[in-house]
Design a protein around this ligand. Structure first.
Ligand code: EPU
Length: 418
């Protein structure tokens, strides 16, 4: 139960590198279960969510070796009777990504229902519907999803909403299914395309990943291979916002901002100067940011995972803002904590109205989830005086040594070990 202590008021300045993407590496790790032979994954971020995910995989008989940011994975010894440990999988929403690969590889899966979490109820109905369309029988008993099949076959799947996880689970199930699968209204997030990129390296036949229609022709087996995980666009966006909120300047070394277009447009409208060169993506902040409205949407719309950080930033912008959160029903829990630092925020349903203040004031605040934690760190960087942020374990789930990246840019931030 550590805390972060931040003394605000320093303009961040400098160059940093973005780590590998949490939301890409988790589905890719799940996909290694489908392969015969050795998989080498590079640019793997060292995060607590990745560690828990690997722990679950090892308990299923998968061998994983780690050397720095490289993981070598071999799923040849997968125990097809084993179930993901329920206490571990309940800690991690992304454990739902074991469903597709286990069904494809073992013909059965029993998974503790990941349940709700701080940001919303997060049901599994689309995942289940996709597997049923491919021939699985699924029951919900004792808080578990119990699924069996005698082989999966290709199907046409349509999602009412382009869910990232359900698209990934359907893709994971379809690559080894008999025949062709089409996923319509699929999520277009870059992490879905990265998962497909990895599967293709291992011999899968996939077209259209990254668009709203994905075509998969099932193959008999997948082999091993090497793959470099994409950089984390949300970490990149968070670091850009850290520079912007402090009136600073940043270069994200070697980073290509294409997958962050929605955020970059908003930062531009706030008055930031952005530049993309061979060296990377740069941002120079104005003296005072201007208010802009935000509506979260599936990719390529504005990412919900950047909404809390933008709320922090807009709390000190000039003018009034409306933020509409249309993906998760309970993703404004940072608003109350930002208010403790002096932000003027009123939440009504899915809309938050913010009147920008010239300054925030340091305070003791608590992160309720990962991105809320990042938002509080950003607010603290801009605030007058010292803030202490608890709930750091949430931040560690998705940011590899955030305080080190920020210190390297000149922030006065340190971890207090309690
Ligand atoms: N939904 C359903 N039924 C389903 C699945 C989803 O109604 O069966 C709803 C959800 O309740 C939500 C919406 O669809 O309202 C979108 O959920 P989605 O399935 O797209 O989200 P996810 O796959 O559970 C991933 C990321 C999240 C990110 C969302 C949206 C991973 C491991 N997680 O979650 O990341 O917010 O997509 O982009 O990829 C984070 O990193 O902080 C994080 C929460």
């Amino acid at each position: 139960m550590n805390k972060l202590s931040v003394k605000g008021g320093k303009k961040l300045k400098g160059a940093v590198k973005v780590h590998g993407a949490k939301n890409a590496v988790l589905p890719i790790l799940a996909a290694t279960i489908l392969t015969d032979g050795e998989v080498v994954l590079e640019n793997v971020p060292l995060l607590s969510d990745v560690a828990v995910f690997c722990q679950i995989m090892c308990s299923l008989g998968v061998q994983i070796k780690q050397e720095g940011s490289t993981l070598t994975v071999c799923a040849n010894g997968l125990d097809i009777q084993a179930n993901p440990d329920s206490s571990l999988s309940q800690r991690l929403r992304a454990s739902n990504l074991f469903l597709g690969p286990l069904m494809a590889r073992a013909g059965r899966a029993r998974l503790a229902f990941p349940g709700g979490c701080a940001i919303g109820s997060r049901p599994m109905d689309y995942h289940i519907k996709a597997l049923e369309a491919m021939g699985a029988s699924v029951e919900l008993t004792d808080g578990c999803i119990d699924a069996v099949c005698s082989g999966l076959y290709g199907a046409e799947i349509y999602f009412d909403f382009p869910s990232v996880g359900a698209t990934e689970n359907a893709l994971l199930a379809a690559v080894l299914a008999r025949g062709d699968t089409v996923i319509k209204n699929a999520a277009r997030e870059p992490e879905v395309a990265d998962l497909a990129g990895f599967l293709k390296v291992c011999g899968a036949d996939i077209r259209g990943a990254g668009t709203d229609t994905i075509y998969i022709s099932g193959v008999k087996a997948l082999h091993g291979g090497s793959y470099q995980v994409m950089p984390d666009r949300i970490e990149a966006g968070t670091l850009l916002c850290a520079a912007a909120i402090t009136g600073g300047e940043i270069l994200l070394c070697g980073y290509d901002g294409q997958s962050l277009a929605a955020l970059l447009h908003k930062l531009h409208d706030c008055g930031c100067l952005l530049g993309q060169t061979a060296e990377g993506l740069s941002l120079t902040a104005p003296e005072r940011l201007k208010a802009v409205d935000i509506r979260t949407q599936p990719y390529p719309g504005f990412p919900t995972d950047m909404q809390p950080q933008m709320m922090a930033l807009l709390s000190v912008a000039e003018g009034a803002t409306l933020i509409t959160e249309s993906i998760f029903e309970n993703r404004f829990r940072h608003a109350g904590e930002l208010a403790r630092m002096g932000a003027d925020i009123k939440v009504v349903g899915e809309v938050a109205r913010i009147i920008g203040k010239p300054h925030l004031t340091g305070a003791g605040v608590e992160a309720a989830d990962l991105r809320a934690g990042a938002a509080l760190v950003l607010a603290a960087l801009a605030a007058e005086g010292e803030s202490q942020i608890s709930g750091v374990e949430y931040i560690d789930r998705g940011y590899q040594s955030l305080e080190q990246s920020l210190s390297a840019l000149g922030a006065d931030i340190r971890r207090i070990k309690l």
